[in-house]
Design a protein around this ligand. Structure first.
Ligand code: URA
Ligand code: SF4
Length: 211
C-alpha cells in the first residue's frame, strides 16, 4: 500500500536538530502517496527540535504549500495570536502536521482545500512518528480531529474529550483541541467565540504544563 516508510532515513543517532534536518531533507522527496504530485512542496515541521511541546495540525493549506511552512495562513494567524495570549513563543515549540502535502481541488483561480483521505493520513504517519521519536516532547497538542485520530486512535472523540489529558505513546501528556480552521469556519459568532475560548483554555493548559 501507500506509505512514506521507504523514504525515511535512519535517525537513530545524533542531535535532535541533526536528525530533524535529515528527516526534513528526506521528506522533501517523499512519494509515499499521490499528494506529492500536484502540491508545490513538502511542508515539514518547523521550530525547536528540543521542544518540550509539539503542536500537530492536519495538513498544509494553500498558503503553507506556497511558503513551505506550516500555519502561515489564516488558521496560523489565529493559532499564533492564541499562542501569544497564553505566553507561548512559537520558536520555542515544534509545529507540524499529520500530512505533509497540501491536498486540493483546482477551481478557477483558487485551490480549494480537500480533507486528506484515511489512506493518505496513514501513508504520511511515519513522518510524524519519526519527528516525535526524535524530539521526545513532554506534551503533544493535537489540533483537530485528524491529528487526534493519528495520535490517540480512531476511537477518540474530540467533542467529548477535548482538552482532557490522554495517554499516548508519544509523550507523557497528549491533549486534543479544536483545529483553528474549524473555529474560523463556524458562521455563528457566539458559537465561534465559545470555541475560541475553549481553544484558548486548552493552549493555556498546555502552556502551564509542558515544562
Ligand atoms: N491547517 C493545518 O492543519 N496546518 C497548517 O499548516 C495550516 C492549516
Ligand atoms: Fe509523502 Fe506524506 Fe507527502 Fe504523501 S503526503 S507524499 S506520504 S510526505
Amino acid at each position: 500500500g501507500v506509505s512514506a516508510r521507504p523514504f525515511l532515513p535512519e535517525v537513530t543517532s545524533g542531535e535532535p536538530s541533526h536528525s530533524i534536518a535529515r528527516l526534513r531533507d528526506a521528506a522533501a522527496v517523499c512519494q509515499g502517496c499521490d499528494l506529492h504530485g500536484p502540491a508545490t512542496q513538502t511542508v515539514f515541521g518547523v521550530g525547536n527540535p528540543n521542544a518540550k511541546l509539539v503542536l500537530v495540525g492536519e495538513q498544509p493549506g494553500d498558503r503553507e504549500d506556497l511558503a513551505g511552512e506550516p500555519f502561515v495562513g489564516p488558521a496560523g494567524q489565529l493559532l499564533r495570536e492564541t499562542l501569544s495570549e497564553v505566553g507561548l513563543d512559537p520558536a520555542e515549540l515544534y509545529i507540524t502536521n499529520s500530512v505533509k502535502h497540501f491536498k486540493f481541488k483546482p477551481t478557477g483561480k483558487r485551490r480549494l482545500h480537500v480533507k486528506p483521505a484515511a489512506r493518505e493520513v496513514a501513508a504520511c504517519r511515519p513522518w510524524l512518528e519519526a519527528e516525535l521519536d526524535v524530539i521526545r516532547p513532554k506534551m503533544v497538542v493535537a489540533l483537530g480531529a485528524t491529528a487526534a485520530g493519528v495520535l490517540l486512535g480512531p476511537g477518540f472523540r474530540l467533542l467529548k474529550s477535548r482538552g482532557q489529558v490522554q495517554r499516548s505513546d508519544h509523550a507523557k501528556w497528549t491533549i486534543a483541541t479544536y483545529h483553528p480552521s474549524a473555529i474560523l469556519r463556524v458562521p455563528n459568532e457566539a458559537t465561534r467565540e465559545t470555541m475560541r475560548k475553549a481553544f484558548l483554555e486548552d493552549l493555556h493548559f498546555a502552556a502551564e504544563h509542558y515544562r
